[in-house]
Ligand binder design. Structure first.
Ligand code: GLC
Ligand code: CA
Length: 537
């Protein structure tokens, strides 16, 4: 029998940008509660909340100052309990984001740890500076952060350096210290006791630093060979699994940085994570190459029995802008992606706004951008005298704010997200792209998602069925889902040009993203065309 996370579609909410209930321009938990009926209507079965914990927001919640308190901007613990109750009433599971690799530098543990004599000192990773030949202080090793610059910052209080793989406001916890492991177990039990169904564990494969030796130079994250998917990490996760996750039957999805099929399989098969979240098909490229996407998707689908299936999250571009064409083929490319999302084997994840085809934002300059990664990359490029328009253009390729502009609910002021001034610019295309309009339009992206989510829930072959890939010309992706009660053939054109299908297009059409539906004599697929056939055997 399938587990709940194999049957349900998971919807990721970025709370800051979802729905603002009190007009301060910041999305909040009461706002989420007011949209639970909407999510239910869409057909999703679980929500994953990006962090709602207290945070000074250097990395908008991924810098946690208190793991068991709610960020007052988002509401109160009472609101959170109400959210869990209201979600439960609607049979929606709730998954919390859990960032355990690091805390905020505002966390009480770190504040205490700054004192070398404190019992909390060892919660973090401190080292004395290295001295250069001339006697100048240097960081303890050559590691660099994922967010540019050294991975070490000197704290004046002790004159020692602490490690941070992300910003200097996100000091890494020390998982060599059993006390840290116990603290995290406590945090997890706290939330599981409140009724959450599991966790999305942020950069989980980086938590255990096997050594602090110098690393080989890389563009970012020099040193990563010393802390990526280490045996120490596996040991910690096994402990979590035995003592916390299994007893609560929790769903654990772990974000795996630089994941390979083998490394993800290790985390899943050794009874650690339920599923691993790796990114090969999302990796930054300037431009989009359909055949590369196809290759990556097929490789991971073949390599692992069960994958999370996703094209979007809070860390990158909007999928219709990246894999599709958000101007000429907005509707077609967004629905093509929906067709893949709901028929590939695995758990589908929808990121807020994807269901209406929200697009990248037309930011005009860096002052409109709040994302720390974009801002630091911009600074770095400017430091190397890259002219500002070019630096800005480059940064736009990795800008995480594309996915973070406010959710577009209707065509009223501020897209119905807030009555105040939104914390991040609303995409001006909200007049056309918004939930209200999308729901009313019969052939809309929203209605396509709605229909396909429902079909997935009614079609065991799409959930449990085996998957078999067919050999096709390079920009066409085709596969079959084969279950006891039926066999389906999914054929998709990943390209913006008309392409030869190269395989038999026959059977009963159960879904198509173009209106014409007689495929018997059709040998070509139109731009981003996606058809699902039921094969009558
Ligand atoms: C993960 C998150 C990202 C965050 C980083 C550091 O990659 O998805 O948003 O900035 O970890 O916590
Ligand atoms: Ca608010």
């Amino acid at each position: 029998m399938n587990k709940w996370w194999q049957d349900r579609v998971i919807y990721q909410i970025y709370p800051r940008s979802f729905c603002d209930s009190n007009g301060d321009g910041i999305g909040d938990i009461p706002g989420i509660i007011s949209k639970l009926d909407y999510l239910k209507e869409l057909g999703v079965g679980a929500i994953w909340l990006s962090p709602v914990y207290t945070s000074p927001n250097y990395d908008f919640g991924y810098d946690v100052a208190d793991y068991t308190a709610i960020n007052p901007e988002y509401g109160t613990m009472a609101d959170m309990k109400r959210l869990l109750k209201e979600a439960g009433r609607r049979d929606l599971k709730v998954i919390m984001d859990l960032v355990m690799n690091h805390t905020s530098d505002q966390h009480g543990w770190f504040q205490a740890a700054r004192d070398p004599k404190s019992g909390y000192r060892d919660y973090y990773i401190w080292r004395k500076p290295k001295l250069s030949k001339s006697g100048k202080e240097k960081p303890p090793n050559n590691w660099t952060s994922f967010f540019t610059g050294s991975a070490w910052t000197r704290d004046d209080r002790s004159g020692e350096y602490y490690l941070h793989l992300f910003t200097k406001h996100q000091p890494d916890l020390n998982f060599h210290n059993p006390k840290v492991i116990e603290e995290i177990k406590k945090v997890m039990r706290f939330w599981l006791d409140l009724g959450v169904a599991g966790f999305r564990c942020d950069v989980i494969n980086l938590i255990y630093k096997q050594s602090l030796a110098n690393g080989k130079h890389q563009l970012i994250a020099t040193g990563s060979e010393h802390y990526t998917s280490t045996t120490g990490c596996h040991a910690v996760l096994q402990q979590f699994n035995q003592e916390v996750w299994q007893p609560y039957d929790a769903f654990i999805i772990g974000e795996i940085q630089n994941g390979t099929i083998n490394s993800v399989r290790d985390f899943v098969e050794h009874n650690e994570l339920t599923v691993g979240l790796a990114f090969e098909h999302m990796i930054l490229k300037l431009g989009y190459a359909p055949q590369k996407t196809k290759r990556a998707l097929v490789k991971w689908q073949r390599g692992l029995d069960w994958n999370p299936v996703f094209f979007e999250n809070h860390d990158g571009m909007r999928s219709v802008s990246r894999f599709g064409n958000d101007k000429k083929f907005h509707q077609q490319s967004a629905t093509m992606l929906a067709s893949l999302l709901l028929t590939l084997r695995g758990t589908p994840f929808i990121y807020q706004g994807q269901e209406i085809g929200m697009t990248n934002a037309p930011f005009a300059n860096i002052t409109q951008v709040k994302d720390i990664v974009s801002r630091s990359a911009y600074k770095l490029l400017r430091k190397f005298f890259i002219p500002s328009p070019i630096a800005f253009k480059l940064v736009m390729y990795l800008c995480r704010d594309h996915a973070r502009t406010p959710m577009q609910w209707n065509n009223q002021a501020k897209a119905g997200f807030t009555t105040g001034e939104p914390w991040l610019m609303v995409n001006p295309n909200y007049q056309k792209i918004n939930v209200e309009h999308e729901k009313a339009e019969g052939t809309s992206i929203w209605n396509f998602y709605h229909r396909l989510i429902k079909l997935r829930s009614q079609t065991p072959a799409w959930r449990q069925g085996k998957i078999k890939f067919l050999s096709t010309p390079k920009n066409i992706l085709a596969f079959e889902r084969i279950g006891e009660s039926g066999q389906y053939r999914i054929v998709v054109n990943l390209d913006s040009n008309k392409r030869k299908a190269g395989i038999n297009l026959a059977g009963q059409v159960v879904s198509s993203n173009y209106s014409q539906s007689n495929y018997d004599h059709l040998r070509h697929l139109r731009p981003y065309e996606a058809i699902i056939f039921k094969i009558n055997s």
